[in-house]
Design a binder for this molecule. Structure first.
Ligand SMILES: [Zn+2]
Length: 142
């Protein structure tokens, strides 16, 4: 399937397009990472190329825990973006002191519950226009 850039629903993850492309490279390896300010130590979610606290653009990557707890969720039955099968469960997952918005995969929407333990299971989506693999953060019941 080919996409026109104007309708490509996924982020451009390559190093040429995205200063934070390391996030996607590590996600492809099964790790969820984010940025920590090298000056003041503030940890951001989502990853940021500059610090919201002190405005420094020096940062390092840290790995977040791979397990978390469902804080909230919703089930989308219609109007899904191209390439997604429905119904799709979207959740806010509490992990490592952050609240991460992500897809819940391989689960029965009727059995998802607030407080449920989930673990990281990155979702491979359509390749970019150059054929490079792309991944989104996703979780599955632990
Ligand atoms: Zn800072």
């Amino acid at each position: 399937m080919s996409y026109l850039r104007a309708v490509d629903p996924f982020p451009l993850e390559s190093a040429e397009h995205n200063k934070l492309h390391e996030f996607y490279a590590r996600l492809a390896e099964g790790r969820l990472v984010t940025t920590r300010c090298a000056r003041c130590g503030t940890t951001a979610w989502p990853p940021r190329g500059f610090c919201g606290g002190c405005a420094s653009d020096a940062f390092e990557w840290i790995t977040l825990p791979s397990e978390g707890i469902v804080h909230a969720f919703t089930v989308q039955e219609a109007g899904l973006p191209a390439g997604f099968d429905g119904p799709r469960v979207f959740a806010v997952v509490k992990l490592g002191g952050h609240r991460v918005f992500a897809i819940l995969r391989d689960c029965d929407p009727a059995r998802v519950a607030v407080g449920q333990a989930v673990r990281l299971a990155p979702l491979r989506v359509a390749d970019d226009p150059k054929g490079n693999a792309r991944w989104l953060p996703a979780f599955t019941p632990a």
